[in-house]
Design a protein around this ligand. Structure first.
Ligand SMILES: NC(=O)c1ccc[n+]([C@@H]2O[C@H](COP(=O)([O-])OP(=O)(O)OC[C@H]3O[C@@H](n4cnc5c(N)ncnc54)[C@H](OP(=O)(O)O)[C@@H]3O)[C@@H](O)[C@H]2O)c1
Ligand SMILES: [Zn+2]
Length: 369
């Protein structure tokens, strides 16, 4: 292989593998990024693979290089994110790479963390290692969109999910809403929860549906369940207060009737907020190491979260059903638009069939808040 003119399709093949490896820990690494790595020997043969499993565990580069051992010498390390060069909970990967004797590192993207951001790549280059950057950068950035967003903005990436009928209803005029989507769609939601650090609902959803909000054991630990309330007017026997299966946080605003707190069963954590502005909750969740949160609330809180720029992605199930009814519930309360040129345009829309339903996934424009 020619060192100065690498075959990009060869590296791309291995970068795809590294991205696949990184995905194995989707939802488990927060506040850290997803990272995958493969080590190739001097002849380009696979000699090691690794991924970052969770914060405090070895980084992907270390896993791959440990597996490769002396076979890494003179070879190439392909990694989805710039290797770290600072002492965190684990030692800097750049020094491990230098000790391994690899002569080339192929990196998909720079780490936005200011403690690394370009410094890892310079450290390797200064020590004489050839570094190729930007290979499958778009794919790598998409994979780590939650981490990148949290590092840049200080708050977690938000996904808003709802299920509706073909005529855009989320419930009957009577309020009945179980179930709009089918069992396959609901299992998909359990998997989605497993990739999130927290699942947020408003009191309206707790009062109406008494949800459990777990991944049904897919992720261990389960994501943090968050109840956001202005009033603390909540049922005292809700499933969410039983923290044997998953932790729960009750986040309440300044207008809440705080005397009610004593009536809840012990277990959930209580968090007093200065306001129930969704942004304030997200700032608090970022401090709890959340990279990605799932909004599973009703129309009132969903609209408020969108207005405050707290939703970056939508996951919408549409069921092949007609519910009808002018007063029936719709996914979003008023967003306050008065002209069509003000409304939100989504992008990157994809659709697939899950059981009897369609799943639409898309991104929302980044609102300035
Ligand atoms: N089809 C679906 O996918 C789906 C998903 C979820 C829910 N739902 C349905 O939605 C209905 C409930 O609707 P909802 O709108 O009342 O539920 P919600 O949005 O989950 O809860 C609204 C409540 O959240 C609290 N809240 C705290 N901060 C807020 C803020 N910044 N903005 C707005 N609200 C805030 C308020 O509670 P306080 O009362 O404490 O002031 C408010 O009354 C239920 O019938 C449920 O079945 C459907
Ligand atoms: Zn590292």
């Amino acid at each position: 292989m020619n060192k100065t003119e690498p075959d990009l399709s060869f590296w791309a093949h291995w970068m795809h593998r590294a991205l696949q490896l990184a995905y194995l820990a989707d939802g488990s690494t927060s506040p850290n990024p997803l990272v995958g790595a493969v080590a190739l020997d001097v002849a380009g043969k696979l000699v090691g693979e690794g991924f970052h499993a969770r914060a405090g565990f070895p980084h992907a580069e270390v896993e791959a290089l440990d597996q490769a051992g002396v076979k890494a010498k003179g070879g190439t390390l392909v990694v989805t994110l710039e290797p770290c060069c600072h002492q965190g909970r684990t030692a800097p990967c750049t020094e491990k790479i230098l000790r391994s004797g690899v002569s080339r590192v192929v990196v998909a993207m720079q780490d936005p963390d200011p403690r690394v951001s370009g410094l890892g790549i310079s450290r390797l280059r200064e020590a004489g290692v050839e570094v190729l950057t930007g290979l499958l950068e778009k794919e790598a950035a998409f994979q780590n969109r939650a981490y990148i967003f949290r590092v840049r903005t200080g708050r977690p990436w938000g996904i808003l999910k709802w299920a509706m009928s073909l005529d855009g209803r989320t419930g009957l005029p009577s309020g009945e809403s179980k179930w709009i989507s089918g069992s396959r769609a609901r299992s998909w939601v359990h998997k989605l929860r497993a990739t999130c650090d927290a699942v947020i609902v408003g009191s309206g959803t707790i009062r109406a549906d008494n949800p459990l909000l777990t991944s049904r054991g897919i992720s261990e630990p389960e994501p943090l369940r968050v109840a956001l309330t202005r009033s603390l007017n909540l049922p005292f026997d809700a499933q969410l207060w039983d923290v044997k299966v998953a932790k729960t946080l009750i986040a309440y605003g300044p207008d809440a009737l705080k005397d009610l707190l004593a009536k809840f069963p012990p277990g959930p954590e209580h968090l007093a907020l200065d306001s129930t502005d969704p942004l304030e909750l997200l700032n608090a969740l970022a401090k709890k190491n959340c990279n990605r949160v799932l909004w599973e609330c009703g129309p009132a809180l969903a609209a408020s979260a969108i207005e405050m720029g707290c939703v970056q992605e939508l996951a919408i199930f549409m069921a092949p059903k007609l519910l009808g009814g002018v007063p029936a519930m719709t996914p979003l309360a008023n967003l306050g638009y008065t002209a069509m040129n003000q409304v939100l345009f989504v992008s990157d829309c994809s659709v697939k069939t899950i059981g009897q339903d369609w799943l639409f996934k898309m991104l929302l424009p980044q609102l300035e808040v």
